[in-house]
Design a protein around this ligand. Structure first.
Ligand code: FES
Length: 114
């Protein structure tokens, strides 16, 4: 992945804290920007693939995953969808489309569509 420049969109400031989640729009698409508790920035489609909850409103960060609080599907930073039961069993669910991002110059950036 290249460096931000022409054709890149800044989706938020680097001040987004660990565990933070915000909505963004890139090229007319609704996105969610979140930061894992380890500090990794992530950008993905905003809508949960289960029943379409907006993850900026219905999401919460749990460690290195974004959890949809509507029915508790959870997504890794690379978009893998899982459901975890109380005993820790994890079953695969639908995936979230992730947009690669970089963090530099005080912001989090994604490559915008041409
Ligand atoms: S709408 Fe997200 S888990 Fe059901």
């Amino acid at each position: 992945m290249g460096r931000p420049g022409e054709g890149w969109a800044r989706v938020c400031d680097s001040s987004l804290p660990a565990g933070g989640i915000i909505a963004a729009t890139v090229g007319g698409l609704d996105m969610v920007v979140w930061r894992s508790m380890a500090g990794i920035p992530c950008v993905a489609e905003a809508r949960c693939p289960h029943q379409w909850s907006h993850l900026a409103g219905e999401g919460a960060v749990d460690g290195e995953e974004l959890v949809c609080l509507t029915h508790l599907w959870r997504f890794t930073a690379d978009g893998q969808g899982w459901k975890e039961n109380l005993s820790g069993r994890r079953d695969r669910k639908g995936d979230l489309a992730v947009t690669p991002c970089v963090e530099q110059d005080g912001g989090i950036w994604v490559q915008a569509e041409d």
